[in-house]
Design a protein around this ligand. Sequence first.
Ligand code: NAP
Length: 300
Amino acid sequence: MQSIVQTNFTGIDGLIIRNEPRPALTDNGVLIAMETLPVVPSDWHKETDPNATAEQALQLPRVIGIGGVGTVIEVGHNRDQKLLHQRVLVMHPKGSYQEFILNTNSDWLFPLPINVSNAEAATLTAGPGVALALTEFIKQNPSDHLVITGANSVIGLILCQLLGSTYPGLTPIVSPDSQAYFNQSLPGYPVYSIEHLQLFHGRTLIIDIAGSEPLLQQLIAAVPRASIASIALQTSNLNVPFTFVHEDFNHQIYCHLIKTVASHKLWLPIGRIFSFAETKKAQHYAKDHHSRGRVLVNLN
Ligand SMILES: NC(=O)c1ccc[n+]([C@@H]2O[C@H](COP(=O)([O-])OP(=O)(O)OC[C@H]3O[C@@H](n4cnc5c(N)ncnc54)[C@H](OP(=O)(O)O)[C@@H]3O)[C@@H](O)[C@H]2O)c1
């Protein structure tokens, strides 16, 4: 089988396709033929920086990706036999960009209902979970104004939906190029660009999804009593209270998110879809373009 492997820190173009034997089924394992994989910013960050994420430093070589969607083709003796032929979302932090994954942890496996597409389920990886963590942080840190940078991002659009358009003080910020996309994605939601932001009075919580220090500096100048909760920057030299918010994986949260998507209470932004062989192209596309939904890679 083929897998996409990082062997150095030279960036996207350093990725290689490796051929290796497909994993053998074990009694505690479930073998999945992978179909759809998400392309997320942490992919290309990790490809240049061993300490790009809050977890331990990366060991190379490694198969890239942390999750995806596929169909169960073999089930081990000790696992639920009803999983056979089920479409599943699987978390696989050891590397999901491979044609077959052997899942041995039932907490990391989620059978999918018929009305959740592969693309939607793949988009649930690395995004909605941290958006939920942000809603919890917002609840615990009430403020008069809630500014969201990178509001048109995949996570931003999900967070805005979780909060609702009438959330008190909601001030999503997008770049001028992304304003029309945001309006089309979430009609009726307020949206601003930094140039049109009024001076704020009262406490302002800045939810930072864009991860741009210059943008945060500009915002702080317009907001006298600001604090920042960022999911994109782990530290900051800005002279205001700063918290890095991250997702702690929780099986129940993913079950809840799948149900929320299945019942059409949450819409997930889906972008361009590339083939497995085009993984480098897919990462370049996602990195070099404005965010227009989650970029995906299909294996068939
Ligand atoms: N802490 C965690 O647990 C966790 C989990 C998942 C993801 N993340 C991080 O969360 C961030 C967002 O992820 P995502 O998948 O939602 O990203 P995404 O869809 O690619 O969106 C990135 C957003 O950042 C904006 N942006 C980028 N550079 C900017 C700049 N210099 N100035 C202004 N805006 C800028 C983009 O605006 P345009 O589209 O207008 O260019 C876009 O809104 C990433 O950094 C990712 O690594 C953290």
